[in-house]
Design a binder for this molecule. Structure first.
Ligand SMILES: Nc1ncnc2c1ncn2[C@@H]1O[C@H](COP(=O)(O)OP(=O)(O)OP(=O)(O)O)[C@@H](O)[C@H]1O
Ligand SMILES: [Mg+2]
Length: 321
């Protein structure tokens, strides 16, 4: 299990930064994904780009493949709970999805008082705030402590370059961002997915700390789960066995997600303002190692890295050559 360190190092030179395919429809690039929309189909290329504090800071070897395949794993595992957008996975880094009309809310479920970004529940709590997204938090809690209940903490989905904003069910409905009916259906789906994710993660020795869900309406108006679920970009994971120890020592629980990179950036004094520091290859490889470990831990399968020249491979798998 795991990937040869030499292979990882070599792959640093072959990461997928950006794609520009013709003939797949209108190209729309997010921070991590390059999407191509053609009628009711969306071709989603998960690139190797990594974002932190809402800014793209570089590429990580095999990250696109890990994310695409892990999202597909979770969509398959949860398809009996909720409708999702996935139609097929023609390439290690590509999914074809049903094009949907997005509900402009990110449904974030949290079970632990943690985080380092400005919108995270721990940073707000440490500032003395006890009202968070419509929930009242008890006094006297410590960093990384488990919350009494999973909390749904919605944020508005910001335009590119903007930061997402914390909000609440009542505020979203009052502002007409989403109808009460769509909100409640989506919230119930998120609750079920989070419960399922927590259960599965624990059986694999991991804690699903928090998770972000994006929801949309499909052609028939059904609430549909889109984008990605329970990946290391959209969720936070800790190791079950190392959590207790960290809490006893008062240290940060070792995480299996983007937290490694966030902390590396914070240590260099960067939290999203100004130019980000350049990622050295050893940091890129360590991040890759963690993404791959997350994949193997969660799926129980060995990660099979695709080392073929990625653009040519994708063209072939998309039938473009
Ligand atoms: N089935 C779908 N229908 C419509 N839009 C979708 C669908 N699946 C994903 N999307 C949208 O495609 C984009 C995917 O790109 P990406 O994940 O890079 O987005 P982002 O929001 O910029 O990045 P981040 O995940 O860091 O917030 C997102 O805007 C997402 O909402
Ligand atoms: Mg996204």
């Amino acid at each position: 299990m795991g990937v040869d360190p030499v292979l990882l190092r070599d792959q640093c030179e072959r990461t997928i930064g950006e794609t520009n395919f013709e003939g797949l429809g209108k190209r729309i690039a997010g921070k991590v994904r390059d999407c191509y929309v053609d009628g009711d189909r969306r071709t989603i290329v998960t690139t190797d780009r990594i974002s932190a504090f809402d800014v793209v800071i570089g590429t990580i070897p095999f990250k696109g493949q890990v994310l695409n395949q892990l999202a597909a794993f979770w969509f398959a595992k949860t398809s009996r709970l909720a409708r999702n957008h996935l139609l097929e996975v023609p390439d290690p880094c590509i999914s074809i999805a049903r094009e949907c009309r997005i509900l402009p809310v990110e449904f974030v479920y949290r079970k632990y008082l943690t985080g380092v970004s400005k919108t995270s529940i721990w940073v707000a709590y440490e500032r003395g705030e006890r009202e968070y997204c419509g929930h009242t938090l008890p006094d006297g809690m410590r960093a990384h402590q488990e919350l009494p209940e999973p909390l749904l903490t919605p944020t508005t989905k910001a335009e590119q370059g903007q930061h997402d904003e914390l909000t609440s069910r009542e505020e979203l409905i009052a502002r007409g961002v989403i109808s009460a009916e769509h909100y409640d259906v989506a919230a119930e789906i998120a609750r079920m997915l989070f419960a399922e994710g927590q259960k599965w993660a624990r059986s694999r020795g991991l804690i699903l700390v928090d998770a972000k869900y994006e929801m949309a309406l499909d052609g028939e108006g059904n609430v549909t789960v889109i984008d990605e679920i329970h990946t290391p970009d959209s969720s936070r994971y800790w190791y079950v066995d190392r959590y207790e120890e960290a809490m006893r020592e008062g240290s940060d629980p070792p995480a299996l997600d983007k937290e490694y990179l966030r902390r590396w950036l914070v240590e260099r004094g960067w939290t999203g303002e100004g130019a980000p520091p350049t990622l050295p290859n050893d940091v890129r490889c360590e991040a890759a190692r963690r993404y791959i470990e997350a994949y193997e831990r969660l799926t129980g399968d060995e990660f099979a890295p695709s080392t073929e020249e990625p653009v040519e491979r994708m063209r072939r798998n998309l039938g473009l050559i």
